[in-house]
Design a protein around this ligand. Sequence first.
Ligand SMILES: [Zn+2]
Length: 125
Amino acid sequence: MEAIKLDEFRARIKAQGTSDRAHAAFKCPMCKTIQSMTSFTRAGTDAETAEKYIGFSCVGRVTGAEGPRKQPDGKPCNWTLGGLFRFHELEVIDDAGKAHPHFEVATPEEAQALEASITTTEGQP
Ligand SMILES: [Zn+2]
């Protein structure tokens, strides 16, 4: 498990190089799906819900996905970091020194691939 400060957390998001904060991408620790706030809003949530869920609950929670499979199969799951079991791989330390479990920040390649995949399907039914 890795613990990083807010500054480092923000720096990693900036390093993703996506066009907008709504495309900042994170990886679910259970199903390994890459997801951004845009993944949530495209799944039908409003922006406020997306902001609350991103990096903490898997996008599968809003699409009615199954629980995590033994082997990630590329599909989202219904995982949330708020549960009893603590499998997260990242904690973000806030300015007051408190640790917050968070999904890992995706790599720039992963984040940009996600944004590109969302952008290319834009406007399609
Ligand atoms: Zn998941």
